[in-house]
Design a protein around this ligand. Structure first.
Ligand code: TPP
Ligand code: MG
Length: 372
């Protein structure tokens, strides 16, 4: 038998508006109406400002660790813009912009990072899940949610977000395998921001693209410029149409960059070059869309100044709402986890002690003396 080709394939890369202002009319014309584009730009501006404010809140001891979203806004925003309101948006922790677009009150995000469980109490009609910090878990949740929708005969899809580092997790491979083999309409959106804390992408994935990991599972895939809102919207439209029509999963690799530190607990200057960061600052999704709108005559300096004022006032109000809420009940630590609380947790809640200190917690504080 001759040697034949078992598989030959290609992965498309989509870029519509690049950092030099080049716009591909054939793909981009009529993709996002002007009024929507202005709205998306305003969403990004608010998200960026809140990121800056959250950083300062952490530095001044008013909030816990916080992961900045800076530079990656276009990915989740483009996705939320394309998804239907009842499609699931299943994020990790760098998708604030998409969550705000969906309608999540921004103070929920601040409350979460302030350690207040009420940040995770989300209106079920928003069809979003709480922030997921354990890397990879949310991809399985999204697959389960989309599977449930399929089982019920609904046309809803789920879109889940994760980083390049998350593609090394077992959960990622399990979710991909399950979704591909059971025909589940879930969109896997990888924000390849080039770093997983201090681990560079080339160590995380030695293949030239992350997108090709999807091919191994028999899944359609595309790579897009994740700092280009037009490219993200284009790819999301293809992905949602594919998922809805064929009931199949789809994989998008959004190539982007984490302009900030990993979190406020990190100092990225210790492991990455300033020149690299500077290169990506010039590819900032916000600058790109602003310059494009100016060139088209739908944006100018006076609109920019008015927006800056509006965003300043909005972020102050968001912080006030987050900080002005009455103090939480410390039982929240316990009550958010189980529908029916296990007995040992119930004892911990009553006594505020764990048995790991080697004594019977009930001897330390009786239910009557423990305060709630
Ligand atoms: C299961 C698990 N392992 C380790 C960590 C610690 N951790 C937090 S963020 C992170 C890196 C994630 O990188 P990536 O998926 O690329 O997302 P990014 O932070 O770059 O957006 C790690 C290892 C965690 N949160 N969960
Ligand atoms: Mg990453």
């Amino acid at each position: 038998m001759p040697i034949t080709t078992a598989l030959s394939t290609e992965i498309k890369r989509v870029s519509i508006l690049d950092e030099h202002g080049q716009f591909d009319e054939s793909l981009g014309k009529d993709l996002i109406p002007d009024a929507d584009l202005v709205g998306l730009y305003e969403d990004m501006a608010l998200c960026r400002k809140l990121d800056e404010v959250a950083f300062k809140l952490q530095r001044s001891g008013r909030m816990g660790t916080y992961p900045q979203n800076m530079g990656q806004e276009a990915n989740s925003l483009g996705a939320a813009y394309v998804l239907n309101q009842d499609d699931w948006l299943v994020t990790c922790y760098r998708e604030n912009c998409g969550l705000f677009h969906r309608g999540l009150p921004p103070e929920k995000i601040l409350l979460h990072w302030m350690g207040d469980e009420r940040g995770n109490h989300i209106d079920p009609n928003l069809c979003v899940t709480p922030i997921a910090v354990p890397i990879g878990t949310q991809m399985l949740h999204a697959t389960g949610l989309a599977w449930a929708s399929k089982y019920r005969g609904e046309k809803r899809v789920a879109c889940t977000f994760f980083g390049d580092g998350a593609t090394s997790e077992g959960d990622f491979h399990e979710a991909m395998n399950f979704a591909a083999n059971l025909d589940i309409p879930v969109i896997f959106f990888c924000q390849n921001n080039h770093w997983a804390i201090s681990v560079p992408g080339r160590i995380q994935c030695s293949a030239p693209t992350v997108a090709q990991r999807a091919i191994a599972y028999g899944m359609d895939t595309v790579q897009c410029d994740g700092n280009d809102i037009f490219a993200v919207v284009h790819c999301m439209k293809e992905a949602t149409a594919h998922a809805r029509e064929h009931g199949r999963p789809y994989f998008i690799e959004g190539v982007t960059y984490r302009l900030g530190d990993h979190t406020t607990a990190d100092d990225a200057r210790r492991y990455r070059d300033e020149e690299e960061v500077e290169l990506w600052r010039q590819r900032d999704p916000i600058i790109r869309i602003r310059e494009y709108m100016k060139a088209r005559g739908i944006w100018d300096d006076s609109k920019e100044a008015a927006l800056a004022e509006k965003v300043e006032a909005e972020t102050s109000a968001i912080v006030q709402r987050a900080e002005g809420i009455e103090a939480p009940d410390t039982s929240d630590f316990f009550t958010s986890m189980f529908a029916e609380m296990p007995a040992d947790l119930e004892l911990q809640m009553r006594t505020r002690r764990t048995s790991s200190i080697g004594e019977n917690p009930s001897q330390i504080a009786s239910p009557e003396t423990a305060t709630g």
